[in-house]
Design a protein around this ligand. Structure first.
Ligand code: ATP
Length: 226
């Protein structure tokens, strides 16, 4: 994305932010509340129109609609508690234009992939927060997106759920390009290869997470993130 800006009146939620995601890598959008993380993810997913700037997807030649290229788990996903996990994934698959058989196959595959296969026939209303988050990630992956975007995927979870989802993200990044937002430096360090640090809508640092790990830079990041 190049010089991306989203303004609301005179206020800039995101201002002149440029960065490139590398295929096969995991990038963390790191920043405190109001930094512009969600706004960036919404612009990338096509939910928000940038006020200025451009977004390019290099792999979309065969897929004109970027939504097919992207899987997105919003910060507060909505589930139908009366559905079973399997029904919910099939429903998502059918909405993504998978055939009935493909949706069924993919739902079963993903229930296993995210570790909730035994709860596939349970109503979502009975799921724990961590299980719902797994289901949300499965839903975002139903159409085999090349880019998976997760908005604060662990912020609402207890420590155990948090650990489980972070571990799952480490596994997922082996098979898809991953972009996730967080306000916790340790989460970014644990899972991501690259980091983009935002504050008040502006990019304040970016790069390989390990290069940014020197003590001096770490201290700087802490100050910037708080
Ligand atoms: P959080 O961690 O709290 O979700 P964030 O980094 O995701 O924060 P955004 O939700 O992208 O931040 O918001 C960035 C800024 O834009 C905030 O100051 C927010 O108040 C503002 N903003 C977001 N959406 C709107 C809107 N629809 N109208 C006006 N201002 C908005």
């Amino acid at each position: 994305m190049n010089q991306l800006t989203k303004s609301y009146g005179k206020e800039h939620a995101v201002r002149d932010v440029s960065f490139a995601l590398e295929n096969g890598r995991c990038t963390a959008l790191l920043g405190p509340n109001g930094a512009g993380k969600t706004t960036i993810l919404k612009m990338l997913s096509g939910l928000l129109k940038p006020t200025d700037g451009t977004i390019h997807f290099t792999k979309t030649k065969a897929r004109k609609d970027n939504r097919k290229y992207i899987g997105f788990l919003p910060q507060h996903p909505v589930f139908y508690d009366w559905m079973t996990g399997r029904e919910f994934l099939m429903y998502a698959g059918r909405l993504s234009h998978l055939s009935f058989n493909e949706a069924k196959f993919r739902a079963d595959e993903l229930l296993t992939r995210v570790g909730i296969e035994e709860a596939g026939n349970q109503r979502i209303g009975k799921y724990s927060g961590g299980m719902k988050q797994r289901l949300g990630i499965a839903q975002a992956m139903i159409h085999r997106p090349a880019l998976l975007m997760l908005d604060e995927p662990v912020s609402a979870l207890d420590p155990i759920g948090r650990r489980e989802i972070l571990q799952m993200m480490k596994d997922l990044k082996k098979e898809t390009t991953l972009l996730f937002s967080t306000h916790i430096l340790n989460d970014a360090e644990e899972v991501s290869d690259d980091v983009l640090i935002l504050r008040k809508g502006l990019k304040v640092a970016e790069g390989n997470i390990h290069d940014l790990r020197t003590e001096q830079q770490k201290a700087k990041i802490h100050v910037q993130v708080k």
